[in-house]
Design a protein around this ligand. Structure first.
Ligand code: C6P
Length: 416
């Protein structure tokens, strides 16, 4: 994921929009403007058809049967793993573990790697920018092991205060876990630079790619992370599927996260031996259709061009920031420079509660999220209980930004 890709050619958004059936509806009497993409993205027909084709033609359990349908389901599921490896620049598909999403990926690492490697006195470094999914799993394992959590702070513009790494990274630091892109502020973090510092200190780096994987090209070997988790539903794929990537030697050294069918080699009365990676971490019947849908989403995004998508979002954010500046009561959070962020715009508006802003916008067919965005430490940092958040994706347009601004004029007229 590059920071600024403003030179990339523009998207043919009108053609792209035809691929997303859900966008073509009226909500509360107005054409829908969907600006809640950081929560979950919409799905193109190509993804819907891949899932439907699997259930209509091939549905069976994977790795278990010798029959034709099971063979086809296994081929689809393992083919999807290879597809996601390619999407992320990973050579060895066995390094891709299917999960339910980013949350499960981080829990897996915190529980399995953390449980086996952390001890009293060790330190885990997080930031106050993190989603709860990248905080709570570490708090749980810290409690279990006696490790201590430390925090990188963020500045007024929602950027990590990286100078503090000089003192925060010590020989006690074992794991640093940071988001690639903030869901609450839009900030894109300089993961490559951070990775060098983390590794020089002898620690490992986990990257929360929930937003990052959806909004720009991700080349995992170049990124410099040791662990990377992302979710299908943020990147035009289905809900309930995601993946964890880590280098083979790290995964092989980690104990299983859950026990059950498919993750074993032999089961005895009082102990079991485990399958090779990635299956060691995939207990139970997996989300086969989800994996196939996520791979179809990767095909779709690659067809459009991940960096062109990011450039499109940055252009929309630039325009939205200009238009929001016309409303004096609006305060926008996160970097002022659109090239330092992707398509997320969090804002407050005078005394209007963000939930009221969202409710009023909804009456005009504009969907935004309001609340703490599962990032309560961010809200505390800026001393607000909540923000309204408009988040853009490849199918959003400047006209939709105008509809957002028109809706905010209604908010303004109601709140005075
Ligand atoms: N953020 C949002 O509205 P899951 O739910 O496992 O797919 O992803 C969790 C997650 C982790 N990290 C970041 C940076 C995220 O943005 C999210 C999901 C959604 O912002 C839902 S709370």
């Amino acid at each position: 994921m590059t920071k600024s890709v403003a030179a990339a050619p523009t998207l043919d958004v009108e053609t792209i929009r035809k691929d997303f059936p859900v966008l073509h509806q009226r909500v509360n009497g107005h054409p829908l403007v969907y600006l809640d993409n950081a929560a979950t993205s919409q799905k193109p027909v190509q993804v819907l058809e891949a899932i439907s084709a699997y259930y209509r033609g091939d549905n069976a359990n994977v790795h278990r049967g010798i029959h034709e349908l099971s063979r086809r389901a296994t081929e689809g599921y393992e083919g999807a793993r290879k597809r996601m490896a390619r999407f992320l620049g990973v050579q060895d598909p066995a390094e891709i573990v299917w999960t339910r999403g980013t949350t499960e990926g981080i829990n897996l690492v915190a529980s399995s790697w953390g449980g086996a490697n952390l001890k009293e006195g060790d330190e885990i470094l997080l930031s106050v920018m993190e989603h709860h999914s990248n905080l709570v799993p570490w708090q749980i394992v810290a409690e279990r092991t006696g490790a201590r959590i430390r925090y990188l702070e963020i500045d007024e513009e929602g950027r990590l205060e990286l100078d503090a790494l000089d003192t925060l990274l010590t020989d006690r630091t074992r794991m640093v876990s940071l988001t690639q892109m903030s869901n609450a502020l839009g900030t894109i973090n300089p993961i490559g630079r951070i990775a060098e510092r983390v590794h020089a200190a002898g620690a490992l780096l986990m990257v929360d790619g929930a937003q990052g994987a959806a909004h720009g090209e991700v080349d995992l070997p170049a990124l410099g992370a040791d662990f990377y988790a992302c979710s299908g539903h943020k990147m035009c794929g289905p809900t309930g599927i995601g993946l964890l990537w880590a280098r083979r030697e790290l995964l092989e050294a980690m104990p299983p996260y859950q026990g059950g069918g498919e993750m074993i080699r032999f089961v005895e009365r009082d102990h079991s031996t485990f399958a090779d990676i990635p299956h060691k971490f995939e207990a139970g019947t997996p989300n086969i259709a989800g994996a196939i849908g996520m791979a179809a989403a990767a095909d779709y995004l690659e067809g459009v061009g991940p960096d062109r998508i990011l450039a499109h979002e940055q252009a929309l954010v630039r325009y939205a920031m200009e238009r929001l500046a016309e409303i004096p009561e609006v305060r926008v959070y996160g970097p002022k420079d659109p090239s330092e962020r992707a398509g997320v715009l969090s804002f407050t508006m005078g005394d209007a509660h963000p939930h009221d802003i969202s409710t009023i916008l909804d009456t005009e067919g504009v969907a935004v999220r309001a609340g703490h965005h599962c990032a309560q430490l961010v809200m505390k940092r800026y001393e607000v209980a909540a923000t309204a958040r408009a988040s853009f994706y490849l199918y959003n347009t400047r006209d939709e930004v105008d509809r957002l601004i028109d809706g905010l004029a209604t908010v303004q007229s109601i709140f005075g």
